[in-house]
Design a protein around this ligand. Structure first.
Ligand code: TGC
Ligand code: FAD
Length: 401
């Protein structure tokens, strides 16, 4: 009897997509299969970000893909999500690179920047000629960014910024950094050229996750900027949190890709490897593991698609993004780990992807809001009882001394 469902799709998911949506997904998949899959294990082994793919990904319109104008592709939210799914099927580091450039750097310029800033940066960023990074987290302010200590002081038309940011993706190869700082007027966002005197970015190494990507500690030592470097429409903590919504949305799709790849590897392996004179996939426990993966991946896909349809309709709430991120990352890491068990000893080598995905997903469950923070966001939404003290900017004050 022939296998009826060779891929993971058990629910005719493609019938829920338009031709354009399928095209975006298939084109991205082809790029990943031809360009990322052949090199990604080596990149992980060497701890190397594949910089040589920055320009080709720009040519395909991967950066700022959901933005309109300025040389961006103007994709729908669902198309963007399907794209990130394929990117993360390749590697979380590749998807994260596109998330940072797009959702965390181009998006704030697009949403909060002046027309001059948009014209100056977005077309070149869309091509990958200018790279950006996003500095919100600090050594002592991660889950609670309102506790940030980076300070920007105004002196007429000039600003001086000092502080430390940690875990900042791409910072050592970026041309500009979107830096969030406290000012007398509250939290504000700045476009800091990484060539500015007083700006340094040092990669955090060694890492056991996201090895094919770069994260840095940034030091800002009296970096001088002008008023033209400030994002004029970014006022308060809501501005960076809105950027996080964009990136979290990409993640809730992306991680389904990592889960799908892990499942496919486990399925292929257990169909082909024999023990006790039979394919491992013929054993009931193996089938139960595969079936659980198919159930959870298909549910995760439906959550992602529905979230995308809400976003395209302008109806998506931040708590619903938390729902998708928490559910789908949890699903994906469980599947990557389970897939690893099905490969036996071979599963701990770099010849197979599930353990690499599982390690990456350890980081994904931490960044863009930890599992615990998204649990508390959803908990607050369903009880109207915040389990954490909200409004800490107001409580601690933004007074710059
Ligand atoms: P809270 O009192 O809840 O809110 C303050 C103001 O912000 C508004 N707001 C949001 N607006 C848009 N989107 C959201 N998701 C929002 N969440 C809150 C809120 O309405 C309020 O506005 P207003 O006008 O009433 O003042 O703020 P809080 O300080 O109590 O805490 C909120 C909390 C804990 C949920 C937030 O701080 C949080 O999400 N913490 C997690 C930090 C985080 O996710 N950092 C990510 C850094 S970037 C990163 O990790 C990149 S990884 C690379 C990659 O993406 O691949
Ligand atoms: P902490 O906030 O110190 O949390 C430690 C633990 O305590 C977690 O388990 C957390 O859930 C738990 N905890 C905290 N508060 C509570 C609470 N109220 N209730 C229960 N549990 C709680 N940041 C950027 O600004 N830009 C980037 O580009 C970026 N990229 C990243 C890439 C990677 C690979 C990583 C690992 C991080 C990145 N980050 C980035 C930072 C990331 O967003 C933070 O690591 C994350 O928000 C958690 O902050 P923290 O690491 O300081 O952990």
């Amino acid at each position: 009897m022939a296998i009826k469902f060779k891929g993971v799709d058990f629910i005719e998911f493609d019938t829920l997509l338009t031709d354009d949506e399928r095209l975006v997904r298939d084109n991205t998949r082809k790029f990943i299969e031809e360009n990322i899959v052949p090199i990604i294990e080596l990149c992980n082994r060497e701890g190397r970000f594949p910089k040589e793919l920055i320009a080709p990904m720009g040519e395909l319109g991967f950066y700022g893909a959901s933005l309109e104008g300025y040389g961006c592709a103007g994709m729908s939210a669902v198309e963007y999500g399907l794209m990130t799914q394929e990117l993360e099927r390749g590697d979380s580091g590749v998807r994260s690179f596109v998330s940072v450039q797009s959702g965390l750097c181009m998006y704030p310029i697009y949403a909060f920047g002046s027309e001059e800033q948009k014209e100056k940066y977005l077309p070149k960023m869309a091509k990958g000629e200018i790279l950006g990074c996003f500095g919100l987290t600090e050594p002592d302010a991660g889950s609670d960014p309102a506790g940030m200590q980076t300070i920007a002081r105004r002196d007429g038309e000039q600003w001086t910024i000092s502080g430390t940011k940690r875990w900042i993706g791409l910072a050592s190869i970026a041309d500009i950094a979107v830096i969030w700082a406290k000012t007398d007027e509250g939290v504000r966002g700045f476009l800091v050229p990484t060539s500015a005197p007083g700006f340094t970015a040092t990669p955090i190494q060694p890492k056991l996750a996201m090895r094919a990507s770069i994260q840095c500690e940034i030091h800002l030592d009296n970096v001088r900027l002008t008023e033209a470097d400030r994002l004029p429409l970014a006022t308060g903590l809501t501005a960076p949190l809105t950027c996080l919504d964009e990136a979290r949305y990409g993640i809730l799709w992306g991680v389904v890709g990592a889960a799908r790849d892990s499942y496919q590897v486990a399925l292929d392996y257990t169909l082909n490897r024999h023990q006790f004179n039979r394919p491992i996939a013929s054993f009931q426990i193996a089938q139960q593991k595969l079936v659980n993966m198919v159930l959870e991946i298909n549910k995760g896909l439906l959550v992602a698609l529905h979230t995308g349809r809400l976003k395209d309709a302008g109806m998506l709430r931040p708590e619903q993004i938390s729902f998708g991120k928490l559910n789908n990352v949890r699903m994906a890491i469980d599947i990557a780990r389970e897939a690893r068990t099905m490969l036996g000893g071979n599963g701990i080598t770099l010849d197979y992807s599930p353990m690499r995905h599982a390690n990456n997903l350890e980081a994904v469950r931490t960044y863009e809001g930890t599992d615990e923070i998204h649990t508390l966001i959803i908990g607050r939404a369903i009880t109207d009882l915040p389990a954490f003290e909200s409004g800490t900017v107001a409580r601690r004050g933004c007074q710059v001394t």
